[in-house]
Design a protein around this ligand. Structure first.
Ligand SMILES: Cc1ncc(COP(=O)(O)O)c(C=O)c1O
Length: 392
């Protein structure tokens, strides 16, 4: 039996050829495909600059550093996210803080964010997460963050190809300093592993470039000791300076070859995901027990996931039993997410998941059902039929 997973990538012959061409080109890393991929994504989302890195997590880490988040400061994010969004605070020695979600979207609530910022004057940055591909209310978040003097970094790991309510593409950074993306295989497009930061701020861009590669400047920025960089007026080809403590977070040309090839299909990927999401919406429209978790922004979401909310107590079945029954019928679902403050590591640092009642209520009911480009109508009908068998 072919298993139908909650998400998966799509690779075609053009992708394979692009990677083969890269392998034959001789440039495996630090070659021309990295800049080409960065420029293509920046142009797609409408941002001035983009820096490609080895993962979305690396993107979050260097974005937090570039935003000046560090010890004695705090960083607010959503409890309904992957742990990486909050871990970015811990990587830079800052204090993670959570603001509860809006039950209608499972995205961070601007009202809860305002209260959280009022209680935590040391917050230096806010990381809203465009959960499941649906953009957050960025104008509201930006205005709340501005009032608190906090920088906004958008976690758009789920949202490449999505738009904001005003029609601009997620990642253009109109209401943020930076946006991060992930190119893990279940995401909108894949590079195997990979990530990117977009920004419109040149200084931030330069800092991100350095942080990606050991904090080293090879002459893109003004040297601290320019006299060591030249001999008789000619640049010394070996010379570089380490300005700050950076990392090895570089992506390879092989990955960017795949990314460029995938980007050419992105709009098609998102359009099919949307079509499938609307089919699910229709199928569950009259159900009391199963409802789409996000009903707004259906035309603008990247539809990374299709999370539903299920009234398990009314249905008389537990989530664990339902997932087991689905798996026996070839359907693999997933839960996005266990609220981050519920993780043992966070609890041991004093967090209590009950402090975020909307996130807890969401977690108790949510299930991500299959949604990906290659999902056929027939496979989707099977998923719908099996769910209805248990939830009617
Ligand atoms: C919301 C969110 N942020 C960040 C990440 C981290 O991305 P990566 O896996 O590329 O490091 C993920 C990955 O799943 C994610 O879902």
């Amino acid at each position: 039996m072919e298993m139908i997973s909650y998400g998966r990538h799509h690779i075609d012959e053009a992708d394979i050829q692009a990677v083969v061409d890269c392998l034959r080109s001789g440039a495996l890393t630090q070659g021309p495909r990295i800049a080409a991929f960065e420029q293509a994504v920046a142009a797609y989302v409408g941002a001035r600059y983009a820096v490609a890195v080895s993962s979305g997590t690396a993107a979050l880490h260097i974005a937090a550093l570039a935003a000046g988040v560090g010890p004695k400061s705090a960083l607010v994010t959503s409890p309904i996210t992957f742990v990486a969004s909050a871990n970015a605070a811990l990587y830079v020695g800052a204090r993670p803080v959570f603001a509860d979600v809006d039950p209608a979207t499972a995205n961070i609530s601007p009202a809860a964010l305002a209260e959280t910022l009022a209680r935590n004057p040391d917050v230096k940055a806010v990381i809203p997460v465009h959960y499941a591909g649906l953009s957050c209310d960025m104008p509201a978040i930006k205005s709340v963050a501005d009032r608190a003097g906090a920088v906004v970094i958008e976690d758009a790991a789920h949202a490449l190809g999505a738009r904001y309510a005003n029609g601009q593409r997620v990642g253009c950074c109109a209401d943020s300093l930076m946006t991060i993306f992930s190119f893990h295989p279940v995401k909108s497009l894949t590079t195997g592993e990979g990530g990117m930061v977009t920004t419109n701020d040149e200084e931030t861009y330069r800092k991100l470039l350095r942080l990606r590669s050991h904090g080293i400047n090879k002459g893109e920025d003004i040297f601290h000791y320019p006299e060591n960089a030249v001999t008789d007026g000619v640049p010394n080809p070996w010379y570089y300076e380490m300005f700050e403590l950076g990392f090895h977070y570089r992506i390879t040309d092989i990955q960017c070859a795949l990314g460029l090839s995938q980007l050419a299909k992105l709009d098609r990927f998102v359009a099919r995901r949307r079509q499938l999401a609307l089919r699910y919406d229709q199928a569950f429209a009259d159900s009391r027990l199963i409802q789409p978790a996000q009903m707004s922004g259906r035309e603008s979401s990247a539809h990374h996931l299709y999370p539903v909310r299920i009234d398990f107590s009314a249905a008389g079945i537990s989530r664990a039993t339902l997932m087991k029954e689905l798996r026996q019928r070839g359907i693999i679902c997933q839960v996005h997410y266990i609220p981050v403050p519920a993780q043992p590591y966070y609890r041991s640092r004093g967090f209590n998941p009950d402090d975020y009642p909307n996130a807890q209520a969401y977690y108790r009911q949510t299930l991500s059902i299959p949604l990906f480009y290659e999902l056929t109508d027939q496979q989707q009908d099977h998923v719908i039929a099996v769910l209805k068998e248990f939830l009617s």
